[in-house]
Design a protein around this ligand. Structure first.
Ligand code: THU
Length: 126
């Protein structure tokens, strides 16, 4: 699967986002080493801190299905800025590999890509 196809899955996943508070739908598409893809969207909550980001939904779906080897994640947010993963999601992802490639897209589909280890240098580990 190429970058554009993975980004399209992320964009489609954003359609299921539950965002009555921010009105900012986000979609993520996580590609595993074997080519399997898990998608996620953000799910908000009246107790705002309970909100879960699209990336963590995709990762928890994958892990709960027995997948732990991740290659790339595409993130789509319909905004003027590239939709970069928040700090919590960076730490959540780096648990599994610091080599994950992160593709962050904005309205219109333009995107940037980074290695996760460059987005979270010296991550917490014990
Ligand atoms: N959000 C994500 O789903 N992923 C990110 O990488 C950044 C933020 C969500 C959380 C919240 O529902 C909305 O975007 C606004 O912060």
């Amino acid at each position: 699967m190429n970058d554009r196809e993975l980004l399209n899955l992320a964009r489609d996943a954003a359609k299921n986002a539950y965002t009555p508070y921010s009105n900012f739908p986000v979609g993520a598409a996580l590609e595993c080493e074997d080519g399997s893809v898990f998608v996620g969207c953000n799910v908000e909550n009246a107790a705002i801190g309970n909100t879960i980001c699209a990336e963590r939904v995709a990762i928890t779906k994958a892990v709960s299905e027995g997948y732990r080897n991740f290659k790339r994640i595409a993130i789509y947010g319909d905004g003027q800025n590239y939709c970069m993963p928040c700090g919590t999601c960076r730490q959540f992802m780096i648990e599994f590999s610091d080599e994950i490639e992160v593709l962050s897209a904005k309205t219109g589909g333009r995107y940037v890509s980074y290695k996760l280890k460059d987005l979270l240098p010296r991550a917490f580990r014990f």
